[in-house]
Design a binder for this molecule. Structure first.
Ligand code: UTP
Length: 404
């Protein structure tokens, strides 16, 4: 039996939406019914974090010195995989970057001082170093959201893809999930639509499948995908040494990690959970876990993830049928109130729901933790000021010889 839209809304205790729909023109009502049909309302029953955690154990990394010893062998293997067309890169750029407070896609932020140097440009420059070394293009898939897709694409076009080959770049749009207020009610966004927000970075592979990107991956016989965040301006992308190390290890995934600066550092740590690779958040760790040390003095839970992962495509396909846990985040979300006025809140007012790429690690049989030097590869631009900010990223770029 098919329920009417109003019946669905009543069952979900969202009668205010049904009342609002009555005020719409027929065309707008039909459009809203279509939106409701397409939306995933499972968020309405999602709690803070509904996930039970298992038993944690340390997972040790291939350390900088171990990598150094075998670097030329790993690099040769990685470069060969790139030349054979087996490696693709996926840039996660669908986030809203609310902490930075920049009113455009984060990649459009100019991190330069004396000259223009955009975040997207930094990333492409880093990738170009590898494509030059390999003498082969690396297919680049860029995930955007409905909000920033057009601006992102236009920006790349205006800047001639910063020297990258446009034929090897594909943009795709991630999905949206409804937002809810503190009473668990759906919100209106003002133009006859229910308010939604991008569904988190964990949806990247499912969105690639839905938007036809996987067909491209399959036709090109890409075997590995390197997924990375938009905001780390120093990271090496499709890093041949990393790719080679994962291939040699025989593992099905890899994660770039940095040694923690201090036991209490607020970073997710790669570890084992019930024998499988997993990421434990800093707030989930007991005091004992935070301070436990190995015989050589290093922290047992020492390796923080930096959102740069390598996944084997055939293993990812198996995860497509698995529903990742939903995490809710309290954010400032613009909405339309009962008097049809648009409200732009100054403080967080509502929840958005996200799946996270780190939850995909748990679906992998194993994962190589690959240590990188944080001063050379970790300069995230998250905040306007303070920790992980524009200033700290600029200082690290300068330290690595990038002229600003
Ligand atoms: P963040 O966790 O920093 O989220 O994203 P954000 O939305 O960009 O920023 P804040 O929290 O509002 O300040 C980490 C990476 O995941 C991408 C981001 O673009 C960034 O590269 N991401 C995040 C998506 O691609 N989609 C999303 O829905 C969320």
């Amino acid at each position: 039996m098919k329920y009417k839209t109003t019946e669905i809304l009543n069952m979900l205790h969202q009668e205010h939406i049904a009342s609002y729909m009555k005020t719409l023109s027929e065309a707008d009502r039909i459009a809203m019914m279509k939106q409701i049909d397409d939306l995933d309302f499972s968020v309405l029953s999602a709690g803070e974090t509904n996930e039970e955690r298992g038993v944690f154990a340390p997972l040790f990394a291939t350390t900088l010195s171990e990598i150094q010893e075998q670097c030329s062998k790993f690099t040769d293997i990685g470069l060969q995989a790139i030349r054979d067309g087996k490696v693709g890169a996926v840039l996660l750029a669908g986030g809203q970057g609310s902490r930075l407070g920049f009113d455009h896609p984060k990649g459009m932020f100019n991190i330069g001082v004396e000259r223009e140097l955009y975040i997207f440009e930094c990333l492409i420059n880093n990738l170009l170093e590898v494509t030059r070394q390999a003498d082969a293009w690396i297919p680049l898939f860029i995930m955007t959201s409905v909000y920033n897709n057009k601006e992102t694409q236009e920006f790349f076009e205006q800047h001639n893809y910063f020297g990258y080959s446009s034929e090897n770049v594909w943009f795709f749009i991630q999905e949206q999930l409804p937002t809810v207020d503190t009473d668990g009610k759906l919100m209106l966004s003002g133009n006859g639509t229910i308010s939604t927000a991008p569904n988190g970075n964990g949806g990247w592979y499912a969105s690639m499948a839905k938007t036809g990107m996987l067909k491209i991956v399959q036709e090109a016989k890409i075997e590995w995908l390197n997924v990375f965040a938009v905001d780390n301006v120093l990271q090496r992308i499709a890093d041949p040494c990393f790719i080679g190390a994962v291939i040699v290890s025989g593992k099905v995934s890899g994660a770039k990690v940095v040694a923690k600066a201090a036991p209490e550092e607020k970073v997710g740590v790669l570890c084992l959970e019930d024998g499988r690779p997993s990421i434990v958040e800093y707030y989930e760790m007991t005091d004992e876990m935070l301070h436990s040390r190995e015989e050589d003095g290093t922290l047992s839970y020492n390796y923080g993830v930096i959102l740069n992962y390598l996944f084997r495509v055939d293993k990812l396909n198996k995860t497509l049928s698995v529903k990742l846990p939903l995490h809710r985040a309290f954010k400032k979300i613009k909405y339309m109130n009962a008097n049809n006025e648009i409200i732009t809140p100054e403080e967080p007012n509502a929840y958005k729901f996200e799946t996270l790429v780190l939850d995909m690690i748990k679906l992998q049989d194993d994962c190589l933790a690959y240590e990188v030097d944080r001063n050379k590869e970790f300069a995230p631009v998250k905040n306007k000021i303070g920790v992980d900010s524009v200033d700290t990223a600029r200082a690290l770029l300068r330290l690595n010889g990038v002229e600003l």
